[in-house]
Ligand binder design. Structure first.
Ligand code: APR
Ligand code: PHB
Length: 389
């Protein structure tokens, strides 16, 4: 079999890339290790920057998003009993939208069905061969039968645990990592959200986040030790802990109910450089991870997709290699800015096991600066809504 671009991974990065390329007549095959139902059952963040909203529109997959999304003109931050807002609209005349990553992925799969592009599910043992030549190959197995695809390029969109990044030789690859000493315990519950905008809470018991999906679906998180287990957290214990970390006026308004999903995610910052090796291009979580504070994961994947789709279109339409040659540098420049924001907001809002009295005073001084200083708020707003591509 032969195609123009093999996309390894059918998560949001791979699907959005495939859609943008298809609109320009570029043929792709997506190889996804799991089933479609499995991919669509993963619960992830739900804040979309304007850049991603515009890419969804450009890709022709924005109809349901435009109808169902909730526009957020700002966000709230709390510490002790204080609650203050950072109003993006007032500060920089921009906003973000709430629309679950699962919904983004579903819309992209539906669009891929409509154009009839090939997606192979349950593709096992994917191997990328000769990526440093002009004739790369990708092999994989389905039901024990091995297949080979010849292609021009490979997009490694297979997430943090995928095979693409590891195909780049260790002599070429440099990895930068910070693992945070805590996780987020998250629940989804069919209850009305406590607030119409998100609340990021710094409290002496640790971080908490009040988020939402729609008027009857709430998403809440509390910082927890990495040794905790989901089984060890009853719903009641979760609600009590959440309330204890919020200002009283908010805590007393929380509507509780049974959780319909509960999970613990570790927090990590990670970047692998370069994002290109020969004809292999890394995109999204395959190349970088951010802690979820600030909701930059999906949005940073989207900016990679933007740069890579433009580069490949430039190659196919004008035989111009300038875009593919500069892809890694362009993508990484923005990735590091998102890494910095996610790292900074994580440091600002969490309790660390080794935090000294001095560290706590510094954290508080920084939150107060965000509370009272318009310049600090503007910096936060610009980063939260997303830096330009
Ligand atoms: N072969 C084929 N597919 C693979 C392989 C492999 N060896 N390894 C992983 N995959 C698939 C996964 O099953 C998954 O569906 O690649 C896909 C990667 O998807 P994501 O992990 O969602 O990564 P990405 O598409 O880059 O999305 C960006 O933003 O909010 C963050 O982490 C969040 O998923 C999110 C990401
Ligand atoms: C979410 O709704 O899941 C969410 C929102 C904002 C974040 C992280 C997660 O920063």
């Amino acid at each position: 079999m032969r195609t123009q671009v093999v996309i390894v991974g059918g998560g949001p990065s791979g699907l959005l890339l495939g859609q943008l390329l298809a609109l320009k007549g570029i043929e792709t095959v997506i190889l996804e290790r799991k089933t479609r139902d499995y991919v669509l059952s993963r619960i992830r963040a739900g804040i979309l920057e304007t850049g991603l909203v515009n890419l969804m529109r450009k890709a022709g997959v924005a109809e349901r998003m435009d109808r169902e999304c909730i526009v957020h003109d700002g966000t709230y931050i709390s510490y002790e009993n204080e609650l203050f807002s950072i109003n993006f609209k007032e500060l920089i005349d921009q906003s973000v939208v709430v629309y679950g990553q699962t919904e983004v992925t579903r819309d992209l799969y539906d669009a891929r069905d409509q154009i009839g592009a090939k997606t192979v599910f349950e593709a096992e043992g994917v191997q990328i061969l000769d990526a440093d030549s002009n004739a790369p190959l990708v092999t994989y197995c389905v039901n024990g039968v091995q297949y080979t695809i010849a292609c021009d390029f490979i997009a490694g969109c297979d997430g943090f645990r995928g095979v693409s990044r590891k195909t780049i030789p260790e002599t070429v690859r440099q990895e930068f990592e910070k693992v945070f000493p805590f996780g987020w315990l998250g629940i989804l519950s069919e209850t009305p959200p406590v607030h119409d905008e998100l609340i990021y809470a710094n409290s002496e018991r640790g971080f908490a986040l009040c988020s939402l999906r729609n008027e009857n679906l709430s998403r809440y998180y509390v910082q927890c030790p990495l040794t905790d287990t989901v089984e060890g957290w009853s719903d009641d214990a979760f609600w009590d802990e959440l309330r204890s970390r919020l200002p009283q006026s908010i805590a007393e308004k929380i509507v509780t109910g049974p959780s319909i999903e509960k999970s613990i995610a570790p927090l990590r910052s990670f970047v692998s450089e370069p994002m290109r090796w020969g004809r292999l291009f890394l995109c999204g979580d395959a190349a970088h991870i951010v802690p979820p504070t600030g909701a930059k994961g999906l949005n940073t994947a989207a900016s990679d997709v933007h740069y890579l789709s433009e580069a490949l279109i430039q190659y196919y339409e004008h035989s111009d290699e300038q875009g593919i040659d500069s892809y890694s540098e362009m993508a990484l420049a923005r990735v590091w800015k998102a890494e910095r924001f996610s790292w900074a907001t994580t440091n600002l809002l969490h309790r660390f096991p080794d935090q000294s009295g001095f560290d706590l005073k510094m954290q508080r001084a920084e939150i107060e600066s965000l509370h009272h200083n318009k310049a600090a708020q503007k910096w936060f707003a610009q980063n939260y809504v997303g830096l330009p591509y």
